[in-house]
Design a protein. Structure first.
Length: 70
């Protein structure tokens, strides 16, 4: 039995890895405990996404390239 827990960024990372496992047909965990992991799994306008356009550390084009966007 495999159980995984993560909070905040760790929970988001765990969610991403689990989704990737599903897509690749790899065995997924039997349980996930995700604590304070605000998620928006579909493309939509949100305050966080609007603020990311003006992020001084990670410019939007670099972020979009990492996420596979245009």
């Amino acid at each position: 039995m495999s159980l995984f827990a993560g909070d905040s960024a760790g929970g988001l990372l765990l969610t991403g890895v689990t989704i990737l496992c599903i897509e690749l047909g790899v065995r997924i965990p039997d349980g996930l405990l995700l604590i304070y992991t605000p998620q928006l799994l579909e493309p939509a306008i949100s305050p966080a996404r609007l603020l990311s356009l003006a992020d001084p550390l990670i410019p939007y084009p670099a972020l979009a390239a990492c996420l596979g966007g245009n």
